[in-house]
Design a protein around this ligand. Structure first.
Ligand code: ATP
Ligand code: MG
Length: 432
């Protein structure tokens, strides 16, 4: 179905000027070019698009020839990125169908579970639309006549507020199990219902997520937790059997009937995260991971102590084991696990307040996060240390400038400490 310009009410002004530049350059180069996916969907819903994706019949190599500011990326999906300072416009070549038998063919490959390992078969716009995940994501804005092409009934589904996969749901989930997580994310983000046929297969197929690389699952879980709908996502992921695929150790604890404090703690943490994001405050994944792995760590500590380890060693070992287990499902980059470690370590020391200890503790870079973590533990009923939390609240509200001078006079904390180690460049940071 084609919706002419006069009927859809979208104007070029609503798009990023860089995206429009890319469309015109492709058009002038003799190619077809469309804006596609989330940006059209979001504008039709009255939301501000997060990014602008372009699709064209030019191959990535042909795209590269047209733009000086172009890099080609990806293996599973080869894509062109056109870079405008901080904004990147992603240009994909229209995808076509896979010819089942060409297993040996390098351009398309599927696993024994039906998962697509390579997807570089190019095709027509109709074929490209069938390869997209949900109907609401298969809308194309043409730069030739400014119409919207709707191949899968996406406009009607936007009106009906329905998340529906294109094609046979089971086949589409097998091709790419991450679509199950995307269904949840779009349902909460757009305040829509997942259609019955799209929802029913999720629970039985959830275990397919174990075939997805842990780095990709980390990216997806960040999108689920940092989009301002983390609490809703958490509840729906659990309901559909997806949460346990990402965080099996935590899910095993949460699914016990007696784990009220634990469920309360995680849900509160996500509610706080949403509140901060929706009021433009900073949120660090280190805090979220400190919370998600806290109960598995406490459980492991108890096990190790029962085996005769002292509490300090048990705590250290538990942290290492839980992080290593978690990395098999979700690869959290080291810069966040280091932050989580700081938060956990401070929990162990936060009751030591005598002399200068409280002041020195309060100077640690993660102290504020560790204090928030303590409040969360007290609020959710996980720990009874309300008196300790109140003491810190009062302490942090006090004017501590006098104490600062005192510590200076004692000869510590003077000036900025010198950095002893060079920070590793980001790329080399390993996941843990
Ligand atoms: P947002 O950017 O708001 O998260 P989006 O719909 O733009 O939402 P992207 O991940 O940016 O999502 O993907 C852009 C488009 O690419 C989607 O709208 C969809 O058409 C297609 N797409 C992305 N991931 C998949 C997938 N796993 N399977 C099929 N199509 C996909
Ligand atoms: Mg997008």
């Amino acid at each position: 179905m084609v919706i002419p310009r006069s009927e859809h009410g979208i104007s070029r002004k609503q798009f990023s000027p860089n995206a429009i530049k890319v469309l015109y350059r492709l058009k002038d180069g003799g190619y077809d070019a469309y804006l596609v996916g989330g940006c059209i969907r979001d504008i039709l819903l009255g939301l501000e698009p997060k990014d602008f994706d372009v699709v064209t019949n030019a191959t990535p190599e042909q795209v590269k020839k047209l733009f000086r500011n172009c890099r080609l990326i990806g293996r599973r999906f080869r894509l062109a990125h056109i870079v405008f300072g901080r904004e990147i416009i992603e240009v994909a070549t229209m995808r076509g169908h896979h010819q089942g038998e060409d297993e040996a063919n390098k351009i398309s490959q599927a696993s024994e579970h039906g998962q697509l390992l390579r997807d570089n078969v190019y095709g027509s716009i109709e074929e490209d639309a069938e390869r997209r995940d949900f109907t609401i994501n298969a809308l194309y804005y043409s730069i030739n006549d400014f119409s919207i092409k709707d191949f899968a009934g996406g406009v009607a589904d936007i009106k009906a507020r329905k998340i529906e996969l294109i094609g046979d749901p089971e086949t589409r989930y097998r091709e790419d199990p991450v679509r199950m997580l995307r269904a949840v994310r779009f349902a909460t983000k757009l305040d829509m219902e997942i259609a019955k046929a799209t929802k029913t297969p999720i629970k039985p197929l959830a275990p397919l997520l174990s075939n997805i690389p842990a780095a990709r699952l980390f990216e997806e879980s960040l999108k689920l937790f940092l989009g301002g709908k983390a609490e809703e996502n958490f509840l729906m992921l659990r309901e559909l059997g997806l949460f346990g695929q990402l965080y099996p150790a935590l899910e095993a604890i949460l699914s016990k009937p007696e784990s009220d404090f634990e469920r309360n703690f995680i849900q509160k943490m996500f509610a706080n995260t949403d509140e901060r994001i929706n009021s433009n405050k900073k949120v660090t994944p280190a805090f979220i991971y400190a919370a998600l792995l806290w109960f598995p760590i406490l459980e492991k500590v108890a096990e190790l102590e029962a085996d005769g380890l002292n509490s300090h060693d048990a705590f250290m070992q538990a942290i290492n084991q839980v992080l290593a287990d978690n990395a098999r499902c979700v690869a959290v980059p080291k810069r966040f696990t280091l932050g989580a470690r700081d938060i956990w370590h401070i929990q162990q020391r936060i009751d030591k307040r005598s002399g200068q200890r409280a002041y020195r503790l309060s100077l640690l870079p993660r102290f504020k996060a560790a204090y928030d973590f303590l409040l969360l533990r007290v609020d959710s009923g996980e720990t009874q240390q309300k008196e300790l939390a109140d003491w810190w609240t009062e302490y942090l509200n006090k004017d501590v400038t006098g104490q600062k001078d005192m510590v200076k006079a004692l000869g510590s904390g003077q000036g900025k400490p010198k950095r002893r180690y060079k920070r590793k460049p980001r790329k080399q940071q390993k996941a843990e």
